[in-house]
Design a protein around this ligand. Structure first.
Ligand SMILES: [Zn+2]
Length: 432
């Protein structure tokens, strides 16, 4: 059955910042069948019409998240990283059950959908529970099974086998996709990274790994090998295929050149990078080199929210400050980094833009608000989306044409009950 959405305007989510005023989006079988001006729309006598007063945008794509960490939001605030890990995070994660992960991910997924984020790349324990959570909320996820040397989580071989087993059993409907998530080059031995990358290429899986997040994390590897982490990854045959480096803050010219050469992508996480004082990534240089970049929130224990609207604004602010140039990142580019560019960064060209053939993940932003005034020409809508509008203006969200948020409320899960459940579980994990 054909669904027809009419809206004040459609923001396509491409690099140019294309806006279609007085627009129609036709959806059939979960895919976008047609997008364009209402005056040129094909006949649709039998269509179910949804008339929207506001702006339709693509569902935002969060390229780097550990969303079940909503259980640890705000905990250990103000501690330096080593004490935060030892005193706050590790004792809590040691008590974590699969059910904790599922409940937390369900709550976090509902939160993301309310913020207009319809897909996220998740790297966290108990991947099947993360899949169950997004199946409940109706969101999409690319779930990278973590490879990390922690007690209780098996050997690296077992973790890689789990990732491949899950990937082989996935439904292939584009809702849940599995990938491989070796934590980093400083926590996972290089031969394991090589093996993981070979497996990812063989099965066309996303391989996502933390890279150059802090200035000092690669020091030990540099001292023993004389090479930076990006050059070690290249030398160990890790960079070919669907590779997504998270953070990539401390990259020199040679490192960026490797990313360009191998067409590796970057999950840029400005919220986390500022909160944890990690540094400012070279976003303008990356884009000028043609490196694929998408925005990520990182985990809610280091951001502390899952609101990609904040990250896209911060990305523009930081790029401009870094370059001391108010043109260093345009508003259309900032919005594209959370939509079309983010989808490209994770190798999912079926997401991230409102164009025919892509999946019908739509966000209705209420434009009856002073934050959207004035509008001289249609391009002003994109400017406002980046600079004055926020997730608070998201009214409705659809994934594959199915409405999952209506008037700011999840249609699929009970957010109040989830909130209470997360609170109880978080206190138990804290040992209180
Ligand atoms: Zn991370």
């Amino acid at each position: 059955m054909l669904q027809r959405f009419t809206a004040r305007a459609v923001v396509v989510g491409d690099r140019a910042g294309t806006v279609v005023p007085d627009a129609v989006v036709d959806v059939e079988d979960g895919l976008i069948a047609w997008v364009g001006p209402a005056a040129e729309a094909p006949g649709a006598a039998d269509a179910r019409i949804t008339a929207l007063r506001g702006v339709l945008t693509p569902g935002l794509v969060n390229t780097h998240s550990h969303a079940p960490m909503v259980l640890f939001r705000g905990q250990g605030e103000g501690l330096p990283l080593d004490r935060w890990l030892r005193e706050v995070m590790w004792p809590r994660e040691a008590r974590l059950t699969p059910e904790d992960v599922e409940v937390a991910m369900t709550a976090a997924s509902a939160e993301m959908l309310r913020h207009g984020v319809t897909a996220s790349v998740e790297m966290y324990f108990h991947p099947e529970r993360i899949a169950a959570a997004v199946t409940a909320t109706g969101a999409r996820a690319v779930i990278a099974n973590p490879l990390i040397g922690l007690p209780g989580f098996g050997s690296f071989d077992e973790q890689l086998d789990t990732a491949l087993r899950l990937a082989a059993g996935a439904a292939g409907d584009g809702q849940v996709e599995y990938g491989i998530g070796p934590h980093s080059a400083y926590t996972v031995p290089l031969p394991v990274l090589t093996q993981a990358a070979e497996a990812a290429r063989a099965h066309d899986l996303l391989l996502t790994v933390h890279v150059a997040e802090t200035a000092t994390e690669g020091d030990e590897l540099l001292a023993t090998s004389g090479a930076s982490v990006p050059s070690l990854l290249a030398a160990h045959d890790v960079l070919g295929g669907r590779v997504l480096g998270a953070h990539c803050v401390h990259m020199d010219d040679g490192d960026l050149e490797l990313w360009r050469e191998y067409d590796a992508a970057v999950a840029h996480c400005p919220g986390s990078n500022t909160k944890l004082a990690s540094g400012t990534a070279r976003l303008r240089d990356m884009l000028d080199l043609g490196i694929r970049v998408g925005l990520g929130t990182d985990g809610p224990a280091s951001n502390d929210n899952l609101d990609l609207f904040e990250d896209l604004r911060l990305a523009a602010q930081l790029a401009r400050l870094r370059e001391r140039d108010a043109t260093a990142l345009t508003a259309p580019e900032a919005f594209w980094l959370a939509t079309g560019a983010a989808a490209a960064a994770i190798g999912r060209e079926d997401l991230g833009q409102l164009t025919a053939g892509r999946r019908a993940d739509l966000v209705h932003v209420d434009s009856d608000d002073i934050a959207f005034v004035p509008v001289g020409d249609a391009d002003d809508l994109v400017t406002h989306l980046v600079w004055s509008v926020g997730s608070r203006h998201v009214r409705d969200t659809w994934v594959a044409g199915r409405q999952v948020v209506r008037d700011g409320v999840s249609t699929t899960v009970d957010e109040a009950a989830l909130r209470a459940d997360v609170q109880t579980r978080a206190m138990r994990l804290a040992g209180r």
